[in-house]
Design a binder for this molecule. Structure first.
Ligand SMILES: Cc1ncc(COP(=O)(O)O)c(C=O)c1O
Length: 282
């Protein structure tokens, strides 16, 4: 499998050239472009808008010219990752087609042959389960591969991993303040920050546990609506608001599914130095 290094800026290009030459190597590279247009909508846009990602399209010719004067690199393609969490399959097909047409145009204009067009990731997963990316529609609409053209590289993150992670945390308290009901978890956004970062309520399932070691009645909610918070000293430590529970008791476990992407890895693990969760790999 050939390795391609994606280059995000002219400075990165110069550094890579220098490093490669020092090691008497030639690095195959793809230039990551922040295109003016031809990008996708989705919750996190990275191109087609001002961001620190990629080389602005207006500077592409200059960057390509620099590759021709840089013996440590060989330009093999473009990298066009543009968005995260797109749920529209038809739009994703249009994006891939447009990316290939754009790469062909650039190759033509600069008399290059590209062997790679990286269309990035960005296929989405709705953590609430209300919507889903239609993979069948995506594969049905995708034009037949042109075997004589460049290799199309996808680098999916969320779509591959979101569904393979669960987060489970014990309810350590149930409280009522200012007319709202809270379930406090042994855990929180230091383990699973995605709902707080994105401002949505992550669904959860109650796993009942019968253990109750205390000599007073076990607090419980029946047919109730509850806000699920963590144990941190911030009101932003919220995983779900308005979660309906048939029954929830202190000592029960709440299980959050679809936590395999941008869950633990985007969380501030050591805020307040609470223990990290146990990881169980099945
Ligand atoms: C360059 C690049 N490629 C791929 C991905 C994966 O994106 P996603 O998880 O949306 O598929 C990311 C995520 O930020 C990225 O920055």
């Amino acid at each position: 499998m050939p390795v391609t290094i994606n280059v995000e800026s002219v400075h990165e290009l110069r550094r890579l050239d220098l490093i490669a030459r020092r090691h008497h190597r030639v690095a195959p590279i793809a230039l990551r472009i922040n295109r003016a247009t031809g990008t996708l909508t989705g919750s996190h846009r990275m191109t087609g808008t001002p961001t620190p990602f990629g080389i602005d399209e207006s500077q592409l010719s200059q960057a390509i010219a620099l590759t021709t004067q840089s013996p440590g690199v060989r330009l093999t393609g473009l990298h066009l990752h543009s968005v995260s969490n797109n749920l529209d399959a038809a739009a994703h097909v249009a994006f891939v087609a447009d990316s290939l047409a754009y790469a062909a145009l650039i190759a033509d204009e600069h008399r290059l042959t590209f062997d790679t067009v990286n269309v990035g990731g960005g296929i989405g997963v709705d953590p609430t389960g209300a919507a889903a990316f239609d993979l069948d529609e995506f594969s049905r609409l995708l034009p037949e591969a042109d075997m004589s053209g460049p290799r199309v590289v996808y680098e999916l993150g969320r779509y591959l991993t979101a569904e393979i992670g669960w987060y489970a945390a014990e309810v350590i308290d149930i409280k009522h303040t200012h007319d709202r009901t809270f379930a406090v978890l042994r855990g929180g956004t230091h383990h699973f920050r995605l709902p707080a970062a994105w401002g949505y309520s992550h669904p959860a399932t109650v796993i009942e546990r019968e253990d109750w070691p205390y000599p007073w009645p076990r607090p419980e909610l029946v047919n109730a609506t509850v806000d699920v918070t963590g144990e941190l000293c911030t009101p932003r430590d919220v995983l779900a608001r308005g979660l309906h529970v048939d029954r929830l008791r202190i000592g029960d476990i709440l299980v959050f599914d679809r936590c395999g992407a941008y869950g633990w890895t985007i969380s501030h693990h050591d805020f307040l130095n609470h223990p990290h969760p146990t990881f169980i790999v099945l």
